[in-house]
Design a binder for this molecule. Structure first.
Ligand SMILES: *[C@@H]1O[C@H](CO)[C@@H](O)[C@H](O)[C@H]1NC(C)=O
Ligand SMILES: *[C@@H]1O[C@H](CO)[C@@H](O)[C@H](O)[C@H]1NC(C)=O
Ligand SMILES: *[C@@H]1O[C@H](CO)[C@@H](O)[C@H](O)[C@H]1NC(C)=O
Ligand SMILES: *[C@@H]1O[C@H](CO)[C@@H](O)[C@H](O)[C@H]1NC(C)=O
Ligand SMILES: *[C@@H]1O[C@H](CO)[C@@H](O)[C@H](O)[C@H]1NC(C)=O
Length: 205
């Protein structure tokens, strides 16, 4: 997973960052509030692939409900799906697992193929282990590019806001399986400097 952090006040010094921490340390390190942290915003960019496997026996997305009219709808209007989808470093499902997208999506448009997705992205890789980001978003999934708002986060991503740029990597029209490339840009308040200056003694780097 590619990670780039930059202090908004010193945007000229773009630096590659590798953060190593446990969930417990993140909580201790991030007890800062945005109103105490003027000018200390950090921008982090994260890249991964989202695997929505709905067609296989070992599916990670299952349809749990639908309306009586859903079968007659060209847009599956009224269907609801619960997912625990893998997030991987590369486009192959066998590449390094960096987290899971857990939540649900429903088919919400009468006219077009559109989802409403309520998902928590739970990271388990060494960079963001235990931290989460949340999106609540409209997703017109046949479009090549989509944008999802990040409406919050936990751990390293407390008080997060940001945007996901999403692009379909592949879609199997026969079984509905899809792989989506994610570029996440997230603004938060737990910077590498804070780790070094305030909690460096606890870092495991
Ligand atoms: C499902 O199992 C098959 C066979 O073991 C494997 O090739 C495939 O990657 C698995 N898919 C998921 C989503 O775990
Ligand atoms: C819709 O179609 C599926 C697959 O044919 C079927 O399993 C399901 O019972 C149908 N649902 C309704 C509400 O008719
Ligand atoms: C993530 O944290 C858990 C405990 O909170 C730990 O068991 C696991 O080894 C950590 N994973 C990585 C990749 O650091
Ligand atoms: C993500 O960013 C990379 C590098 O800028 C770019 O090549 C790729 O097309 C982007 N993907 C998405 C989904 O925005
Ligand atoms: C698409 O899904 C069908 C049905 O599960 C499967 O037979 C086929 O191999 C899949 N195509 C690709 C490119 O994975």
């Amino acid at each position: 997973m590619g990670v780039v952090s930059l202090d908004v006040l010193r945007q000229m010094s773009l630096m590659a960052t590798v953060l190593v921490m446990t969930a417990t340390k993140v909580v201790a390190w991030c007890e800062n509030k945005p109103y105490d942290m003027a000018g200390k915003e950090t921008v982090t960019q994260i890249h991964f692939y989202f695997h929505d496997i709905v067609g296989a026996k070992n599916a990670t997305g299952v349809r749990v409900a639908e309306a009586p009219s859903t079968n007659q709808s060209a847009t599956s209007f009224g269907a609801l799906v619960i997912v625990d989808d893998a997030l991987t470093e590369g486009p192959e499902l066998t590449s390094k697992l960096v987290g899971r997208a857990q939540g649900l999506y429903g088919y919400v448009s009468l006219e077009e193929p559109v989802l409403l997705m309520a998902l928590s992205y739970y990271f388990i890789d060494e960079n963001f282990n235990g931290s989460t980001l949340t999106t609540l978003t409209r997703n017109p999934f046949p479009d090549t590019y989509r944008e999802f708002p990040i409406i919050g986060g936990t751990g390293l991503f407390r008080y997060a806001r940001g945007v996901v740029e999403a692009k379909s990597h592949s879609f199997n029209a026969t079984n509905g399986d899809g792989i989506v490339e994610y570029n996440v840009t997230v603004i938060h308040y737990c910077s590498p400097e804070m780790l070094k200056n305030n909690w460096g003694a606890h870092a495991t780097t």
